[in-house]
Design a protein around this ligand. Sequence first.
Ligand SMILES: Cc1cc2nc3c(=O)[nH]c(=O)nc-3n(C[C@H](O)[C@H](O)[C@H](O)COP(=O)(O)O)c2cc1C
Length: 323
Amino acid sequence: MTYQLPDEHIQALLEAAIAAPSMHNTQPWRFDVEGHVIDIYLDGSRTLPAEDPTGRAMRIATGAATFNLRCAAEALGYGTWFGLAPYPEEPDLLARIVVEPAGHPNSELRDLAAEIPKRHTDRNPSGTAPVNQRVRVALILAAYAEGAELSWLTDTDIDAVRDMVLDTDLREIHDWHRSAERAHWVGGARTTDGVPSSALGPRSTTYPAVVRDLATSPADRMRGASAFEGQPQLAILSTKHDEPSDQVAAGVALERILLTATREDVSASFLNQPLEYDDLRRKVQRLTGEPGHAHMIIRFGHAHAATGTGRRPVADFLPRDPE
Ligand SMILES: Cc1cc2nc3c(=O)[nH]c(=O)nc-3n(C[C@H](O)[C@H](O)[C@H](O)COP(=O)(O)O)c2cc1C
């Protein structure tokens, strides 16, 4: 007989999973729980056809949710093992997590579970204190533990990223499809999905900025401005290959990095706009000096002023009972 997870544990595991980051807070995942096996699927109704036409960002987000679920299971005393993209003939099934009543405890994942509710994308200025070398190495190791690479950028590389951000903005000026899609997900007082105005952080007093300004509405575009750090601390998250399962793995690594950063009191936000264009994505990867495929540009710092974003109720992510 297979082990049946108690309902309150299923609820806790899925609440942890859906706290993961996702582009524009689309929460593009679905879950199916059978006994002690949890399958995580892409939700094809939560796509971003203009900004994420291939579904890369959806797969990264789902990887992040997978990592949270593993951490939460460890915190409840379970062990876990998991497989990414287990069946090629079922492309929407991105990960299968087996929750074991008597597993081998992983104390690192158990400790990181405590950081899940504290982690938020922080788009505020970060101040000038550098992220120290010990933490930089801890974040590299967090990526490595999940089969990905985190490369810290030099000052020259950071200037190159700034140029690419400017290039992206120019490409987007007349892209009404992108602006309309963003307006659908960003701004206003959102409580269950999307990015509310309260999470946008201030505008930057300088341009091009080292933070992505997601504002679309006139009110958000006119919000208060602050000076951001002149020399941001940027790192690139990459994987060696770029199959769908590599993109899910990048998301697993992303969340391990973000929870490790949260535990170290280090804030994070994303400057992913160049990665949405294939030619610029290749240029970004070249900055790392390694072969591979870039998935995230992360700005680390010491901001600590982020307000959270909402989530839908857990029941929304489970199969509906037949009427
Ligand atoms: C694949 C991916 C790409 C993202 N790209 C950006 C980005 O370019 N700029 C940004 O400000 N936030 C970006 N985000 C952050 C999301 O907007 C954020 O995770 C979401 O609004 C939920 O908020 P939270 O992270 O505070 O829980 C990205 C997140 C993911 C997973």
